[in-house]
Design a protein around this ligand. Structure first.
Ligand code: G6P
Length: 743
């Protein structure tokens, strides 16, 4: 702005200088010019007079009539410019001079030439032009002299100079005036823009509000901006101990009064009939174990499929129950799904379609139109439930996993102002792989209803961008990590999921030594035997067969491990209705029998396959008792078992053998990282793990524990909520500003 004013001012100054220089240059020049003009004017006039009186003068001379000559001369001298007239004879005498003939005039100074001549004399300080015109009569030459006062020329050139100076001064004054007006106008504009800018900084984009409104809006927007700052400040400082308290405090600061609603397929608490009573089960689900501590910290409502046999009996009339049952801190709203719907939505499209599609485990996905329809219908049902549960028009809705790819768009249609954070807990494949899904565009569009879409790793985010780019019309900003489609922007970010720290299941655990001896006792083996464990759902993506083959390979290559090593595989039955899962179970049983028969006998079984659900406390006891934990997933979004094993080992002992195809391998680099498809590599890693000296184990475990502690599940949720809050505040600021511009 300043530049815009100073630049024209520079030109105006320059113009001024030019005018002054012009005035100085023109002044002497103009004087000379006027003098020349005036003099030639006077000469012409004298010549005119001469021509006019020549004949009468000649006749008067011829007649020697002195009085006629005098009267001719007197009448000529009446002209106010002509001072005097006379005749100079050949002898240089002055004849018949008129009355005002100056005394200083002498005919002797008149040039005696054939033609007219002009000269200048001075009298009383005045300049006088003397014009001498030859007159010849009877062979006698005389000169008619006409004297003209030149002092009028000085007056005239003085006037002209004054006029020029006045004219230039006028121009200069005019320029100065224009410049002054220009500066005033510019300064005014500048001041008002400055005022506006200050106003904008103070009150966002609001400029047309009344002063009362403006101060109210000021306060509102300052609060919103402040809240964003708090969130970002929190995330910037890496030193925060993320805990339920931190998360609650953060929520209070950045999302005061916000309503949190979670939707997931699997519920956190399942009520089942067992032995004539109702038992409570917490499912084997990475999603549930990650999200439950978060919602406990935030409060709110969790909407999930009521899958337990006693679920209907345990809810109120609104299908809700306060949980955790011993100290309720949030509401669980159960959604009822018929068996037929379950076959299509859950077993069919979710687990026979999307699950194998997104995991590279070389199991062919099945796509059936009827499954897709059920999937759509159940997504609608959950979206409706969100609308029913929402007490405000802009709740924070946390949509979980591949069961609800369509729900974000459906919720957005029902609650346009909701902040929808969708987390995809499994990998996202590359575009080529995803392209085989017949409803790929609908799935992508459904997810793009989210405000934020999270994956475990940047690699999966990149795959998603690539897929969007290939199949839907959108604008992808890779720098900002956003996709804009149909005017709506979705942030796509990596949020590596984790576990609570310290884990609740660790509380009340016996010492590591006690766990070791209790577990060995329950397995019926000697106290000094080495124990390797694998614990997960019985899923073909987990590489359960592959790790059993690695144990087999180790026992073949290093038979000294026989009777010194037991591998315990805890496998919770899951999705058993599907052939790919039931086949896996029978294959695993057969393989375990085969290995046990080749390497064992009645007193020694190297593979112990425990196919049943284990509660978290049992799992942690097993982790604490183990020397090695094997996580050999063929493909896994994150894998929380690896993190739980690390969390369980507060003695810093134990070795983790971890598949490079898990998201966790990006964070737990002190584990022994293996390719589960390479049996020999895995068996060698197992050997190394079993022989690893205590101090090396401690060193590695300490670093991994530090990582899991710092990057715990509260941080995972906190980062997403901070981004959600920032996006929500930005939208609110935009809304306020929009409303204001509409006034
Ligand atoms: C994975 C999925 C979860 C799912 C869990 C257990 O971790 O990402 O969404 O809950 O497996 O599977 P299930 O089908 O028993 O819920």
């Amino acid at each position: 702005m300043f530049y815009r004013i100073t630049r024209p001012l520079k030109y105006i100054g320059l113009g001024f200088m030019v005018i002054i220089v012009l005035a100085l240059a023109i002044a002497p020049f103009s004087k000379r010019l006027i003098e020349q003009w005036s003099r030639s004017d006077v000469e012409a006039r004298s010549r005119l007079v001469y021509n006019a009186i020549q004949n009468p003068v000649v006749r008067a001379i011829a007649d020697s009539d002195a009085s006629r000559l005098s009267s001719i001369f007197e009448s000529v001298a009446l002209d106010e410019r002509i001072l005097a007239v006379g005749l100079c004879d050949e002898g240089g005498r002055l004849l018949n001079p008129t009355k005002l003939m100056p005394a200083t005039f002498s005919c002797k100074k008149v040039a005696r030439s054939e033609a007219e001549s002009f000269s200048t004399i001075f009298n009383d300080g005045r300049r006088i032009l003397v014009g001498a015109f030859p007159i010849v009569e009877r062979n006698q030459k005389s000169y008619l002299v006409i004297l003209t006062d030149l002092s009028f020329i000085d007056a005239r050139s003085g006037q002209a100079q004054a006029f020029i100076v006045a004219a230039l001064a006028g121009v200069a004054i005019a320029i100065a005036g224009v410049a002054a007006i220009f500066v005033v106008v510019m300064l005014r504009g500048w001041m008002s823009s400055l005022r506006r800018a200050i106003e904008e900084i103070r009150s966002g984009a609001i400029s047309s509000a009344t002063s009362h409104d403006r101060s109210a809006i000021d306060i509102q927007i300052k609060k919103l901006l402040g809240a964003i700052e708090v969130g970002q400040e929190t995330i910037r400082s890496g030193q925060i101990d993320w805990s339920p308290g931190t998360l609650q405090e953060l929520l209070h600061k950045i999302l005061p009064g916000a309503e949190v609603i979670v939707i997931s397929n699997r519920e956190p608490y399942i009520h089942n009939h067992a032995n004539g009573a109702i038992s409570l089960q917490t499912p084997a689900s990475g999603l549930v174990s990650a999200l439950e501590p978060v919602i406990r910290a935030c409060g709110g409502t969790w909407i999930a499929h009521g899958s337990g046999s006693a679920d209907r009996e345990t809810v109120g009339r609104d299908d809700k129950i306060g949980v955790p049952p011993n100290a309720p801190s949030y509401a669980l709203r159960r959604i009822w799904i018929s068996e037929e719907e379950q076959d299509g939505y859950y077993y069919g499209f979710s687990n026979e379609g999307l699950w194998p599609l997104c995991h590279i485990a070389f199991v062919r996905p099945q796509f059936r139109e009827s499954d897709w329809q059920q999937y759509e219908q159940i997504n609608e049902r959950f979206a409706d439930a969100v609308t029913q549960e929402a007490r405000t028009e802009d709740p924070i809705v946390l949509v979980q996993d591949y069961h609800f790819a369509l729900a974000p768009r459906m919720i957005r249609q029902r609650l346009p102002r909701a902040t929808i954070v969708t987390f995809w807990h499994i990998p996202w494949p590359n575009a080529e792989t995803f392209s085989i899904c017949p409803w790929k565009e609908r799935i992508i569009d459904g997810l793009l209803g989210s405000t934020i879409l999270g994956f475990h790793t940047q690699f999966h985010c990149n795959n998603f961008f690539e897929t969007v780019d290939r199949f839907v019309e959108s604008r992808i900003d890779r720098e900002q990590a956003t996709v804009t489609s149909g005017g709506h922007e979705t942030m796509v970010r990596a949020y590596p999921i984790s576990i609570e720290w310290p884990p609740a299941a660790l509380a009340g655990q016996p010492s590591v030594d006690a766990c070791r001896s209790q577990i060995r006792q329950s397995l019926g083996c000697a106290p000094g035997i080495k124990l390797a464990v694998g614990i997960e759902r019985f899923d073909y993506t987990k590489g359960i067969l592959d790790r059993m083959k690695a144990v087999d390979d180790l026992l073949i290559r290093e038979p000294t491990w026989k009777r010194r090593l037991i591998f315990v595989q805890v496998a919770a039955p899951t999705r058993s209705k599907l052939t790919s899962y039931s086949n896996l179970q029978s294959e695993a049983l057969t393989l375990a029998d085969d290995i046990n028969s080749r390497h064992g006998d009645d007193s020694y079984q190297p593979i112990r396959l425990l196919i049943r659900h284990h509660e978290a406390a049992e799992v942690f006891k097993l982790f604490r008792a183990a020397d090695v934990c094997i996580v050999s997933s063929l493909h896994d979004g994150m894998n929380l078992v690896a993190k739980e094993f690390v969390a369980a080992r507060d003695d810093n002992n134990g070795v983790l053998v971890l598949s490079s195809f898990t998201g966790a391998s990006r964070e737990l680099s002190e584990a022994l990282i293996v390719n589960p498809y390479n049996t020999q590599e895995m068996s060698k890693a197992l050997d190394v793990a079993l022989r690893m000296p205590g101090d090396e184990q401690q060193e590695r475990m300490r670093l991994m524990r530090q990582q899991v502690q710092e990057w715990n599940v509260y941080r995972w949720a906190g980062r997403m909520l901070i981004d959600a809050a920032a996006s929500r505040q930005r939208r609110r600021i935009f809304d306020i500003s929009e409303a204001n511009h509409m006034r």
